[in-house]
Design a protein. Structure first.
Length: 78
């Protein structure tokens, strides 16, 4: 029993080193996952902004067409 207590500090140090290595590994893995999520969020935001601009442009065009006289609409279609 006394012989095992002699190794207690070494066992505690080894457990601490193992815990630190595990946490370091998890931190790196989560950092990579976070970077991928940030990239996906930027891509989504850019696509959403493009769709908003397209919708605005389409709304302006439709409003201008509504305001045109029917003869002018036919002329522009030719």
């Amino acid at each position: 029993m006394i012989g095992l207590l002699r190794f207690a500090p070494w066992l505690i140090a080894a457990a601490g080193i193992a815990a630190a290595a595990f946490l370091f590994w998890q931190n790196g893995r989560l950092h990579e996952k976070n970077g991928a999520l940030e990239q996906a969020a930027r891509t989504y935001a850019a696509a959403l902004a493009g769709k908003v601009e397209a919708t605005k442009g389409r709304a302006v065009t439709q409003q201008k067409v509504r305001q045109m006289a029917p003869a002018e609409k036919l002329e522009r279609l030719k």
